[in-house]
Design a protein around this ligand. Structure first.
Ligand SMILES: *Cc1c(COP(=O)(O)O)cnc(C)c1O
Ligand SMILES: [Zn+2]
Length: 394
């Protein structure tokens, strides 16, 4: 099916508004060094981006073609990412005392996590702009995704990840034929190594929010919630937060929807869920700070949220403030039971990060921050199959 072209106009700094050209490769703002956001001609986009038209388009994230940079190169990159189910979960809801609970289940994405969305969008733009090699520091799943989408699009992926990343994820990366370096350290250490590799070898760096289009891919989760809830949004969204790409992206999506006249001013309360072993955003939130300090000795069974120093900490905290949300940390020993609970009550094979969001919901209900009558969406960001080390023994 022929989709409309993306109405991409320019890249704009999230902090100082400096404009950058999307016709060239861009990473961060050349003026102030902060994250760049893609800006679209939303008046043009709204003419064809209607719910009626969407209903006739492919069941992938690329259906939001007008507002998705790289959609004109999607057929050379896509593995069918996005448009994951938004599952109503009454049994789980009943155990928690929630009347209206949904799980947005990202586990069915290619490479088993929602990283597929961001990497597919970034890879599509990289391909359009002639990139041959990308460098990617990762806590795990972005490595699987960039290895797969690199293979799919013919771009060589150079990946660095912590040596203690679950073996299932390490072997995924190797299986896709990417170049992999295991680092004795965390994603931040992998980041330094990749930055050096990019400088020395001319690879294009695709670290979270240091590249403008991963957040575009992930924002499609916001469009999907709106479409799947018939043009409405829930009262609360719980999101297991590492670099915060998905949370920042959804917040951007809601803004775009409103500017296109497809949504009113109402917004969900956005909740960050982190692990007690790595909770830089929660600590900053509790202190009322606008920036987060790096977390020392980060450790958790949920690798996707083991991000000690998120680059766009300020944008995450801003979305929490603007939405009336908050941030909550959960202990690792609540994560595995939450994986079991999702599996047992609803047949959802949650990853530990998704299970953390369930544990976070328990906390927010117990603390009276959320109430049982709220319409709540939990994000399960990946498949439990990626974590044999956390499953019941055979
Ligand atoms: C990367 C990752 C996260 C965190 O996503 P961000 O948008 O970067 O905060 C959560 N869960 C899983 C499974 C991940 O791979
Ligand atoms: Zn700037």
């Amino acid at each position: 099916m022929e989709l409309p072209a993306p109405a991409l106009l320019r890249l704009e700094c999230s902090t100082c508004d400096a404009e950058h050209s999307p016709a060239e490769l861009q990473t961060i703002c050349q003026v102030c060094g902060r994250a760049l956001f893609a800006r679209y001609d939303l008046d043009a986009a709204r003419r064809t981006l209607t719910r009626e038209n969407l209903g006739r388009r492919p069941a992938t994230m690329w259906r939001y073609a007008e507002v998705l940079a790289g959609s004109d190169a999607a057929d050379r990159v896509s593995l069918g990412e996005g448009l994951t189910p938004l599952l109503r979960t009454p049994r789980l809801g009943a155990e928690l005392g929630c009347d209206a609970l949904w799980v947005k289940d990202e586990g069915g994405n290619p490479t088993g996590s929602f990283k597929a969305r961001g990497i597919a969008a970034a890879m599509a733009m990289a391909l359009k702009l002639g990139v041959t090699d990308v460098g990617m520091p990762t806590a795990g799943n972005a490595g699987s995704a960039s290895a797969a989408y690199g293979a799919r699009s013919g771009i060589r992926a150079h990946i660095a990840m912590p040596a203690d990343t679950p073996e299932s994820i390490v072997s995924e990366v190797r299986n896709y034929g990417a170049e992999l370096q295991l680092v004795d350290g965390l994603i931040s250490d992998a980041g330094r190594l990749i930055a050096q590799g990019c400088r020395e070898n001319g690879w294009f760096e695709m670290a979270t929010l240091k590249e403008p289009y991963r957040v575009e891919g992930k924002k499609t989760m916001g469009y999907e919630l709106w479409e799947q809830l018939d043009g409405q949004l829930p009262d609360a969204i719980l999101y297991p937060t590492g670099g915060g790409t998905g949370l920042i992206g959804m917040w951007k999506a809601f803004d775009e929807l409103e500017r296109m006249g497809l949504l009113g001013p109402e917004r969900p309360r956005m909740f960050v869920v982190q692990s007690e072993g790595c909770a830089p955003i929660v600590r900053a939130w509790d202190a009322g700070a606008e920036r987060a300090q790096p977390w020392e000795d980060a450790a958790t069974v949920a690798p996707g949220i083991r991000v000690p120093a998120p680059f766009a900490d300020d944008l995450i905290l801003q979305a929490l403030r603007e939405s009336g949300g908050s941030a909550v940390a959960v202990p690792d020993d609540a994560v595995v039971p939450a994986m079991r609970q999702m599996a047992r009550t609803e047949g959802i094979d949650a990853c530990p990060e998704g299970a953390a969001s369930l544990a976070g919901l328990r906390r927010l209900l117990a603390d009276g921050v959320l109430h049982g009558d709220a319409r709540i969406v939990l994000f399960n960001t990946g498949s439990g199959l990626k974590h044999p080390e956390l499953r019941p023994a055979g």
